[in-house]
Design a protein around this ligand. Sequence first.
Ligand code: NAD
Length: 289
Amino acid sequence: MKIAFIGLGNMGGGMAANLVKAGHQVRAFDLAEEALARAKANGCETFSTVQEAVQGVDAVVSMLPNGGIVDAVYGKDVIGHAPAGALFLDCSTIDVATARSVGEAAIAAGYAAVDAPVSGGIAAANAGTLTFMVGGTDAAFAKAEPILAAMGKAVIHAGDLGAGQAAKVCNNMLLGIHMIGTCEAFAMAQKLGLDPQKFYDIASVSSGQCWSMTSYCPVPGVGPQSPSDNDYQGGFASALMLKDLKLAMEAAETAGSKVPMGQRAKELYEGFVAASNGGLDFSAIIKTL
Ligand code: NAD
């Protein structure tokens, strides 16, 4: 298949390379020269504008920083320039409302479109082990699935357009909340004189168990290897967790949903990021407790 790939950053770079490995012809565009050079080295054909990259393609995949950029790129340079009938797959994490409006504009112009945000970070993008949560019609999902499967370990149809982003913000709001809860529990256990390893041995097989504890423990040397063992470098940046919590709060407001814990998690990450910790893994918030 001929696929245009727009946004070859930390995530998109590895994803585009995996499409090449799966035998697709990838036509790549990014504003950054460095990202384009890496894509070329990984077997993509590179272009200096989006409009050139989308010529003659069957599908367009994008992995961009935010909804404003996704809206501008599709509105100005993809819709009306890609061949009629092409499938658009936006894998960026953006707000539900923009995901719906961009997808609807594409469909009205004769294209197929899905929102397909991912769970999993840079390592999963490089390894082709992302999880995709997909919003769109059954027909669009059927077309999107084999393309996404080349970049991930799971491709799940979440519902109609926007449902992928809805699943993503709800999941990441829960992640932010249980990471902070896990950090609080370990910090308090230690203050109460409990050894962190002993607390882990008990809580990891008790009712307090959660992913932040057993797969991503915020205490160095406890649980499986995680960013806490590497001085909180790598992993999922606190700035990106804050971005997702802000999107979750926007979605909650639009939907009229009460999210007091999500709101508090957003405030705590806001303070943490404002104190120059945005580049640290999100489990580093334990340092503030
Ligand atoms: P990044 O900043 O590394 O990459 C974004 C790329 O988009 C950059 O190379 C940038 O030059 C390019 N870009 C910006 N504007 C552009 C435009 N108008 N046209 C073409 N290219 C443009 O970010 P990332 O970490 O790769 O994240 C991408 C998306 O994936 C975000 O929406 C993010 O929330 C989401 N995400 C990231 C992670 C993660 O761990 N990094 C995990 C899950 C989801």
